[in-house]
Design a protein around this ligand. Structure first.
Ligand code: AP5
Length: 214
């Protein structure tokens, strides 16, 4: 089964995808995480992607499609978090999957008002070592700014600064929101209220997946 998580920055796609992978064995593919890791290591991909990420712009489609082609597993259940983000990326994904006799099964649209996006992103902290996600108010670490899992010092993402967040929201509305109609027309779009607690959103997500016979 292939799921796509769609929605504005900070809506909780990564949080829910991590839970789904731990709980139900989905392979979690986060293009944002892959790109940030490449930037951190200074790989050729990271060098090309850095300037786009820092401004809150999208990395060009050809780079993203090649990246997904490399990491998509042949058979396992997958949750795609952050890809596709443009209609050309969605079309390339469909071509890629159809060659393997697969398809996108469901697309979850995470809905969250802009004010909450800003609140979630301004308080987000991530662990540079193990990738764990926190929020200073909604999901704080036990010890201030220290990762519960591995003890590393937590960081705020460069692109979570206010001006960049504003641009990410603008880019989402211009370039990614059109995917909603694209997937609605295919009859596979499911809207998810992302404004509840992490547990509430997850219960809802699982209930929908179970109801749909999975
Ligand atoms: P990416 O990393 O994908 O960023 P994003 O889509 O903007 O999403 P975020 O990771 O910011 O948010 P999220 O929805 O995962 O929320 P999270 O769970 O962290 O992409 C970054 C950049 O990479 C892009 O701007 C672009 O440059 C590039 N890029 C990536 N993919 C690309 C592509 N396909 N094409 C082109 N460029 C691409 O939650 C946010 C915070 O809220 C956390 O602190 C969390 O603890 C908290 N939280 C989560 N859920 C809840 C809840 N229910 N209640 C309270 N707090 C919550």
């Amino acid at each position: 089964m292939i799921l796509v998580f769609l929605g504005p920055p900070g809506a909780g796609k990564g949080t829910q995808a991590k839970k789904l992978s731990e709980d139900m064995g989905f392979v979690h593919i986060s293009t944002g995480d892959i790109l940030r890791e490449a930037v951190r290591k200074g790989t050729p991909l990271g060098k090309r992607a850095k300037e786009f990420i820092e401004k809150g712009e999208l990395v060009p489609d050809d780079i993203m499609v090649a990246l997904i082609e490399e990491v998509l597993p042949e058979e396992k259940s997958v949750v795609l978090d952050g890809f596709p983000r443009t209609v050309p990326q969605a079309e390339a994904l469909e071509r890629m999957l159809s060659k393997k006799g697969r398809k996108v099964d469901k697309v979850f649209l995470f809905e969250l008002p802009d004010e909450e996006v800003v609140m979630r992103l301004s308080g987000r902290r991530t662990c540079p070592e193990c990738g764990a996600l926190y929020h200073i108010k909604f999901n704080p670490p036990k010890e201030d700014e220290i990762c519960d899992n591995c003890g590393a010092k937590l960081l705020q993402r460069e692109d979570d600064k206010e001006e960049v967040v504003k641009n990410r929201l603008k880019v989402y509305k211009e370039k990614t929101a059109p995917l909603v109609d694209h997937y609605r027309a295919k009859g596979i779009l499911i809207t998810l209220d992302a404004s509840g607690s992490v547990e509430e959103v997850y219960e809802n997500l699982k209930r929908i997946l179970n109801e749909e016979g999975n």
